[in-house]
Each structure stands twice: as C-alpha cells, then as structure tokens.
Design a protein around this ligand. Structure first.
Ligand code: ZN
Length: 314
C-alpha cells in the first residue's frame, strides 16, 4: 500500500490580533475577523490536521505518525517533528521568546523548545519586524523590562516581501500588524510573553512570563545584519533556494515556472503553495495547499506556475 502525498485540511485559530486574510487571500473556508493562524501541517494536541485524500482520508496526521511511520521513512521521535503555519497579523503580536529543548524539558513537563523561521508572504511598505533587543547585559535587560522602557529595549529591523528570518530559541521577536508570514517551527507551542502592549483580551490583560523570559533571552542579541536572508529568483526560471539548514530543519523555496522534476530521498517533505497554482505528480494544487510528500514518493514532478515553501526535518 502506498500513498505518495498526504493533502491536509488545516486548523484555524482565533486571536486578538488576527484578521480576515486567510479567508480573503487564501480562500480558506473559515469565517470571522479574528483568524490569526492557519495550522497547515500540524500534528499537535492543539491542532491536528486531517488527511483529505487517498487511503488515509479522514485520518489525523498525528495518528499516521504513530501508526504508519513507514510513510515518514520510519523517522524517529515520539512526536511529528515540525509544524507549518500561515500567520495573518492584522495587529501587532505580543513581544515574545521561546525556550530551547533543555529549558522546556525541565520547566514545561518534558515539552520541546521552539526554533522557528519566517518567510514573509506579504507586508506593508516600509514594514518592520521585532527581532532581538538592545540590552548589552542581563542586568540591563532586566532593568529595561522592569522599568517598561520598551522603546529602548525592542529592536526593529526593516523587512520586505520574500525575506526569510531564522529565530533561534532565546530571540525576542514579534510580528507587526499588516504582515503575513509562513512559519516553519519545531512542533511546540511554548511561548513566553515579555510585553503585550498592555492590551486587553476579553477585558483582561493576557498573562506575561517575565521570569521565564529573563531565564531564556539571549544577551546580547545576535546582530541585526545577520537576521535576514534575502530571496533570490528570476521570474521566468525554475529554481530551488535553500534558506536555512539548522539543527532541526532545512527550509527551501521552490519557484516553478515550467515543468520541474526531481528525485527525492528525504524521509518526507512538507510543502505549502504560497503563490500560483499547478500540479504535483498530476494532482491539482494552488495557493494555500498544504501537503506532505511521503517516503513512498521517489520522484516529484511539478508543473504550472507557482511558488512553494518546503521543509524537511533533521
Ligand atoms: Zn515565535
């Protein structure tokens, strides 16, 4: 029995900062003006995608991971390793930081930490993103936060559509309103909120996690210049660009302008179409399609005119 490709039905979340673009720009069948996240490839207790095709139609991705590990090259690990989301930030997201595996294991009931990366799908002109901070020592960091000197503390850098950013655990970060991103991350949901602009959610301040943040924030932050990887491709050629190769994943951008064929020997590949439409091995795909190319698939044939963000776990 074989299933080359698992197409997935995403899970959506309502968030104070969410909007309507997941419905309007991506055509997802989801209502509401506060839709913040589309969990496109997820096998997590807070969001578990359903397979929409083939022999495994109707099954949850987490169940396939548990019971049909052969689809994933018999990869090891108690949990599906990665999670791919599209995030529509209509308003600013809270300033936050994630722990690494060691800290999360000790303080969050054996959970994984979170390394993540962002591909900027769209943003306003002259947009900025929060990455890193300006404190030079741990003491200065604690002073800035305790004294609420947010403008001194938070470091913003300019971004544009097509930029790619790697966010290591311990990096202070936040997406600003008007930005649409595709996030590839470790399969974890552990976030420490440093500052939430004193906003109310259902009449209440959302909890902050100042102690944990002080524990995990890297001081000093990595240089701002090293934070952005620029996209390079020409509009009329097929190309594959590797954005990152880190401890947990590799992420690529595939630009399809014509037929494109390649063999693959990864355990499995996660893919999201972020622009255009076409086919993969004869199956129709379009902007917003999320799928897993399983280890049963030896060769991939892409046709059409589209852009795909792909990742493999390590
Ligand atoms: Zn994050």
């Amino acid at each position: 029995m074989k299933q080359d490709i698992l197409f997935l039905e995403p899970v959506f979340t309502h968030n104070v900062w969410g909007g309507t673009r997941l419905h309007n720009d991506f055509g997802y069948d989801v209502e509401g003006d506060d839709i913040g996240e589309c969990w496109g490839i997820a096998a997590h207790q807070n969001g578990d995608c359903t397979v929409t095709n083939g022999e495994f139609k109707g099954e949850k991705l987490s169940k396939l991971w548990d019971e049909h590990r052969e689809l994933f090259g018999n990869a090891k690990g108690v949990r599906f390793p990665l999670l791919v989301k599209i995030i529509d930030a209509k308003n600013d997201l809270s300033i936050q930081v994630h722990p690494d595996d060691t800290y999360a294991k000790e303080h969050e009931n054996g959970s994984f930490g979170k390394m993540e990366c962002w591909y900027i799908l769209d943003c306003k002109e002259d947009e900025k993103i929060v990455i890193g901070h300006n404190a030079k020592t741990k003491e200065e960091l604690e002073d800035m936060v305790n004294e609420k000197r947010w403008n001194n503390f938070i470091r913003e850098i300019p971004i544009k559509k097509g930029d790619f950013l790697q966010i290591d655990p311990g990096t202070v970060h936040a997406i600003k309103g008007g930005t649409l991103i595709l996030e590839t991350q470790q399969n974890s949901d552990i976030t420490y909120r440093v500052y939430d602009y004193d906003r109310l959610s259902n009449g209440k301040l959302r909890p902050l996690h100042i102690k944990q943040s002080f524990d995990v924030i890297n001081v000093p932050a990595k240089s701002a210049d090293d934070s952005i990887i620029e996209e390079k491709f020409s509009d009329d050629k097929n190309s594959i660009q590797q954005f990152i190769d880190c401890e947990y994943y590799k992420v690529f951008k595939i630009n399809v302008n014509d037929n494109m064929e390649f063999t693959q020997d990864a355990d499995f590949i996660l893919m999201t179409v972020v622009e255009g439409s076409g086919k993969i091995n004869g199956c129709e795909i379009r902007k917003g399609s999320h799928f897993v190319v399983t280890s049963e698939c030896d060769a991939i044939e892409l046709e059409g005119k589209m852009q795909i963000v792909a990742s493999v776990s390590k």
